[in-house]
Write a protein that binds this ligand. Sequence first.
Ligand code: EPU
Length: 338
Amino acid sequence: MNINKNYDLSKLNTFGIAAKAKFFVEVHNEAEFKELLDSTEFKNNQRLFLGGGSNVLFTKDFDGLVILNKLKGIEILKEDSESVVIKCLGGEIWHDLVVFAVERGLWGIENLSLIPGTVGAAPMQNIGAYGAELKNVIENVEAFDIATGEKKIFSKEECNFGYRDSVFKNKLKDKYFISAITLKLSKKEKKNLTYKVLTDHLESNNIEVKNSKHISDAVADIRRSKLPDPKVIGNAGSFFKNVFITAAELNKLQKKYPDAPFFKEEDEVVKIPAAWLIEKAGWKGKKVGNTGVHDKQALVLVNHGGAEGEEILALANRIISDVKEKFGLTLVPEVNLI
Ligand code: EPU
């Protein structure tokens, strides 16, 4: 185990922000993690666990220890005629797990293709896209208690998954290091075609879905066409969460904006796409200094090159106040602000 000092994080966050960590370490296996728990750098500093760095914004240097999850391995635990149970370690790249599944003809995570980041970060915010969510296939989450070093298995219920949310972002924030997840995927065809953007894409390209890879490829095509590649333009996917409002609030909004798109959720709640609010407020494609709003998806803030984290945060705050003023609705960042 090698603890680095004053470590440049620009390659470890997809925004490409040149923040520095006071200390930095990679964890490749359980033994290294245990060793780390005993180190003074760990004991005497605040810590930040990092996976793919695809959902963080460093607004300043990190005055503590950054720990990079490099635990690797994908294993089939059991299988019957209907399903396969797979354990995947936290440092694997999420999309590599999707590829592992679709190559074996398995169903369940194909709609989540090309989501950036690592497997260990996926349950933190219950990743979701194109009508699917991780919580629909997850069996359990394995994590280490940072205070005691003990391993604990969290059942799906204990994870308390919600929209871009879990117990690991709330009650247990910074208390556990996610080492692995276990998923149950289906051998039987289980197409999830609830999302209109996806069905439109399949139709207009004359794609007949015969296996999960067909969906995976379609989702990847849609994402590539709308979301900027972080290797080219720094970004962290959706910067804000979508906004949930009541039917009464929707009524009020529609009086002023009859064209407002909305999606019915459970319990009389509707979801308003934050991207629409931002676009309608005039921010789509705007450039402010080195930062901006992506021209193909208004929910994505970008680093056009050399931006400081603070500048991106300032842009986000301007958007939040503008949307508040125009619509009376409050945007909440989905990205973790450090
Ligand atoms: N829209 C606009 N302007 C835009 C883009 C979208 O008005 O520039 C409106 C349209 O009405 C569109 C609606 O927003 O129908 C929804 O847009 P989209 O289907 O692109 O999805 P989203 O709600 O903006 C969410 C996730 C994405 C995920 C997509 C696809 C959140 C915060 N974001 O975005 O997740 O890929 O759905 O399922 O829930 C991420 O978390 O990083 C991410 C990219």
